[in-house]
Design a protein around this ligand. Structure first.
Ligand SMILES: Cc1cc2nc3c(=O)[nH]c(=O)nc-3n(C[C@H](O)[C@H](O)[C@H](O)COP(=O)(O)O)c2cc1C
Ligand code: SF4
Length: 426
C-alpha cells in the first residue's frame, strides 16, 4: 500500500493551474464556501483542532497565531504569505505556486475573511519569475469568478491579493525582513517584540504564514480540524510536503502523513527517494535546509513527525531532506553550508557577519592534514555558542546547527586533521 497521500497536493499536475473551473473540478473553493458560513472563531477553532504547525520552518502552531491576531482590535489587518522559499534543498512551495496556485489563493482568502482584511500579499522568491506570472493570472481569474475582489461570493466582504517579488536574499524569508522588503525598505530583520501580529505590515496587525500552511487551510475547513489531525500525528495534524535532493535516486517533492512514515521510508521507499544514486551507502542527511540538523544512518528509523524528530535531536524545518552518500567529507560539506551563510548574512550584526567567516576559516584548517590544533577546535565550539546566543535574527542563530549536529555524530572527522598541542600530548 502506498505511504504517500494527496491532501495539500490534491489536483497538482491534473489541472490547468490558472483555470478556476478545473480547480473547482477537484474540490476547489469548497473550503471557502464553507468558511463564509462560519464565524471567525469557528474557523480558528478548526485550525486549532487540526494542530497545524507552521510549515515554513519554525513550526509555530497556526491556530495560536490566528487566535492572537483575532483578539487585536486595530484595523486594517493584513494577510501576508511567505513564498520566499530561499532555503536550499527546499522546493515544495514551488509545487503549490506553480501547479496549484488557486489552492493557496483560496487559503489566503479564508484568512482574509476570518480577519476582515481587505488585502493580502504573496511575497514570492525572485527566481520564480515564470511562476509569478501564473500566480497573477490565477488571481485575475479568481476575481473574474467572484472569489476575489468586491463582495466575495456575494457575502459582502471585499478582498484582493497582490504579488510582490523578492530579489533573491535568503534573509528576506525571515518574516520581519520580508515585511520590510514588501514595504520597499531594505530587507533586514526588525527587532521583536513588538510581535508582527501587533505591528506588522505598514505597522498594522498582520498574519504571516507559509505557502504550505495557508494551502492546508481549505482542507482543514472542509474536512474539519479533527479529521485533518487524524491524518497526521497526534501533536501535529495533516501532511508534510518533503523535498528529497542531493544523492537521492529519485529527487522530488512527496506528500507524507506526519508521523506515519520514517526517515528510512522517505529516503529508501521506491515511491519516494528510492535509495541512493548508483546504489551507494548513505553517510548522512541534512534536514530542513541549511539551518537544520545533520543526521546519521543510525537514526533512520525515526518517524517523520515534529515530535519524534525533535526527540532524536533532528527537525522537520522546511521539509528538505538532502541525502549525502559515503563519498562526502563532512568538513567539506560544512564548508559549503558556511559559505552559504557568509553570502547570505545581511551584515547587520557582528556575531553572524564575522562569526560565519571565522567558522569557515577554522573549517578550512580542519580540512587539511595537520592544518589545525586543539585550540582551533575549542575556538570552533566557542564561536558556535556565541553566534547562537548573540545573533540578531534566526539566520545567525541557526547558522551553526548543521555544524553542531555534525560534531555530535561525526566528531572523528573534526579531529582527524588536528595536531595535539604539546600540553595535551604530555
Ligand atoms: C533566515 C530565515 C529565512 C526564512 N525563510 C523562510 C522562507 O523562505 N519561507 C518561509 O515560509 N519561512 C521562512 N522563514 C520562517 C519565517 O520567519 C516564519 O516563521 C514563517 O514565514 C511563518 O509561517 P508559518 O508559521 O506558516 O511557517 C525563515 C526564517 C529565517 C530566520
Ligand atoms: S543574524 Fe544579524 S547579520 Fe545575520 S542575517 Fe540576521 S540580522 Fe543579519
Amino acid at each position: 500500500m502506498s505511504k504517500l497521500v494527496n491532501l495539500v497536493s490534491e489536483g497538482a499536475g491534473k489541472v490547468d493551474p490558472v483555470s478556476v473551473s478545473d480547480y473547482e473540478g477537484v474540490g476547489g473553493y469548497a473550503g471557502l464556501k464553507k468558511a463564509v458560513g462560519l464565524t471567525a472563531e469557528q474557523v480558528i477553532g478548526e485550525v486549532k483542532k487540526a494542530k497545524l504547525l507552521g510549515r515554513g520552518g519554525a513550526a509555530y502552531p497556526a491556530g495560536n497565531k490566528w487566535e492572537h491576531l483575532l483578539r487585536i482590535p486595530e484595523t486594517p489587518k493584513y494577510i501576508v504569505c511567505n513564498a520566499d522559499e530561499g532555503e536550499p534543498g527546499t522546493f515544495k512551495d514551488k509545487l503549490i505556486l506553480g501547479q496549484l496556485p488557486l489552492k493557496l489563493i483560496e487559503g489566503i482568502t479564508i484568512a482574509g475573511y476570518v480577519f476582515g482584511a481587505k488585502a493580502g500579499y504573496i511575497y514570492v522568491r525572485g527566481e520564480y519569475r515564470k511562476i509569478q506570472k501564473k500566480l497573477i493570472q490565477a488571481i485575475d481569474n479568481a476575481k473574474k469568478a467572484g472569489y476575489l475582489g468586491q463582495n466575495v461570493l456575494g457575502k459582502g466582504f471585499d478582498f484582493d491579493i497582490h504579488v510582490i517579488s523578492g530579489a533573491g536574499a535568503y534573509v528576506c524569508g525571515e518574516n520581519s525582513a520580508l515585511l520590510n522588503s514588501t514595504e520597499g525598505k531594505v530587507g533586514r530583520p526588525r527587532i521583536k517584540p513588538p510581535h508582527l501580529a501587533e505591528v506588522g505590515l505598514f505597522l498594522q496587525p498582520t498574519l504571516v504564514n507559509n505557502v504550505e500552511s495557508l494551502s492546508s487551510v481549505p482542507a482543514i475547513v472542509l474536512k474539519g480540524g479533527e479529521e485533518f489531525l487524524n491524518i497526521g500525528h497526534p501533536d501535529s495534524g495533516g501532511t508534510k510536503l518533503i523535498c528529497l535532493s542531493g544523492h537521492a535516486a529519485k529527487p522530488g517533492v512527496y506528500e507524507i502523513p506526519l508521523g506515519k512514515v520514517t526517515l528510512r521510508d522517505a529516503i529508501y521507499d521506491p515511491e519516494m527517494g528510492g535509495g541512493l544514486k548508483g546504489g551507494k551507502q548513505l553517510k548522512f542527511y541534512h534536514l530542513g535546509g541549511q539551518s537544520g540538523p545533520i543526521g546519521p544512518a543510525s537514526l533512520l528509523d525515526t518517524p517523520y513527525s515534529y515530535t519524534d524528530l525533535r526527540k532524536a535531536g533532528l527537525t522537520v524545518g522546511s521539509g528538505a531532506i538532502v541525502v549525502m552518500d559515503e563519498t562526502v567529507s563532512i568538513i567539506d560539506y560544512l564548508k559549503g553550508v558556511t559559505e552559504f551563510f557568509i553570502h547570505e548574512s545581511c551584515g547587520k550584526c557582528v556575531p553572524c557577519r564575522e562569526g560565519n567567516k571565522q567558522l569557515y576559516a577554522i573549517l578550512q584548517k580542519l580540512s587539511v592534514p595537520g592544518g589545525a590544533d586543539e585550540n582551533d577546535l575549542a575556538n570552533l565550539r566557542r564561536l558556535v555558542t556565541a553566534m547562537t546566543a548573540a545573533s540578531f535574527c534566526g539566520l545567525g542563530q541557526s547558522a551553526s546547527v548543521a555544524l553542531n549536529t555534525a560534531w555530535k555524530h561525526f566528531k572523528d572527522e573534526f579531529e582527524a586533521n588536528v595536531t595535539k598541542t604539546a600540553a595535551a600530548a604530555a
